[in-house]
Design a binder for this molecule. Structure first.
Ligand code: BDR
Ligand code: CA
Length: 316
């Protein structure tokens, strides 16, 4: 059983990742959902996290975190997610629930320190909250089993040629995280593209219950970018770390020491995976799990099946 905290910036793919996890309560228990600025303002991210939960009648605590990166200017991803961060699902109603009174860093610190067992953190947005959590309260590190993140890349970027959005958005935060003793698994761009969903499968999707209804609306909006670029598939980035929890056997993973570039002009936010190996890096004792590839068909099947499971549990 994976007991997890989700930290992210929902966001279409963030929400689909949350729902993929929600479909498997026998394997994943979601203890808290913290939000951070990224795809949209942090207020809108929190609003989205709450309204999706209302739609399914679940009530996992949502704690709101940082509204700015540590030092950089904001770059919201309106072009992919619209102004609200979750455009395209007008039937989702504003929630009457509120975010937790405590800031996400305080809230997560309390959840971690009061837990007898270690907890995994699944990060799906910029690492601002996580960096400040471990910097302010280093005692939580002993309570974190592992940080599994959607972020970074081995080589292929999206924000810049070799930098991925979540890391590029707050590279100083990512540097703090990668310089820490945390155990880290990095689901970067390569693994996300390897698990991309075919547009023909999205077109064939029929809404049969609450799960597939929301899935179809979100994907119809989110996949517009792929149509514009003549792609035949679209990566649902943030689902990848959740899929890694559910089906680790479908991924190809290699171990690397990873450093985050915070000064480069064309490489800002690059996650530099050191390929030189132990001869050059004798003192590296905490290499990261870097996800490089996965079985697309297995990924796609498990992804769509998750929404059929939600359909059975939550009728229209
Ligand atoms: C990441 O950036 C965001 O736009 C997505 O939600 C995902 O977390 C992909 O680079
Ligand atoms: Ca995200």
């Amino acid at each position: 059983m994976h007991r997890i905290i989700i930290d992210g910036d929902p966001g279409h793919d963030d929400i689909l990742a949350f729902l993929t996890a929600l479909a498997h309560p026998e394997e994943i228990e979601i203890l808290a959902y913290s939000t951070v600025v990224g795809n949209a303002t942090v207020e809108n991210c929190s609003r989205n996290a709450l309204k999706v939960q209302d739609y399914f009648g679940v009530a996992i605590p949502v704690a709101q975190g940082y509204e700015q990166p540590l030092t950089r200017e904001l770059h919201l991803a309106y072009q992919f997610h619209g102004k609200t961060g979750l455009d395209g699902a007008p039937f989702l109603k504003e929630s009457q629930r509120r975010v937790e009174k405590k800031h996400a860093v305080e809230y997560l610190k309390d959840v971690l320190l009061s837990s007898e067992e270690k907890i995994e953190i699944v990060s799906m947005g910029p690492l601002t909250n996580i960096a400040m959590l471990i910097k302010t309260y280093p005692e939580v590190i002993a309570k974190i089993e592992r940080l599994i993140m959607m972020g970074g890349c081995f080589s292929l970027g999206n924000a810049l040629p070799k930098s991925e959005f979540n890391i590029y958005h707050d590279p100083e935060a990512a540097r703090i995280v990668f310089d820490s003793p945390l155990k880290i698994a990095m689901a970067g761009i390569e693994a996300c593209f390897a698990g991309a969903i075919l547009l023909k499968d999205i077109e064939a999707l029929q809404a049969k219950g609450k799960g597939t209804r929301l899935l179809k609306s979100i994907l119809d909006f989110y996949s517009q970018y792929a149509y514009k670029n003549n792609w035949d598939r679209i990566p649902i980035f943030d689902v990848t770390p959740i899929m890694y929890l559910l089906k680790p056997e479908i991924f190809r993973v290699e171990q690397y020491h990873v450093e985050v570039e915070i000064k480069g002009e064309v490489t800002l936010g690059m996650t530099v995976c050191d390929e030189r190996g132990p001869v050059y890096l004798p003192e590296v004792i905490n290499p990261r799990e870097v996800l490089l590839d996965c079985d697309r068909e297995e990924f796609s099947k498990a992804f769509f099946d998750s929404f059929r499971i939600l359909d059975e549990r939550y009728e229209l």
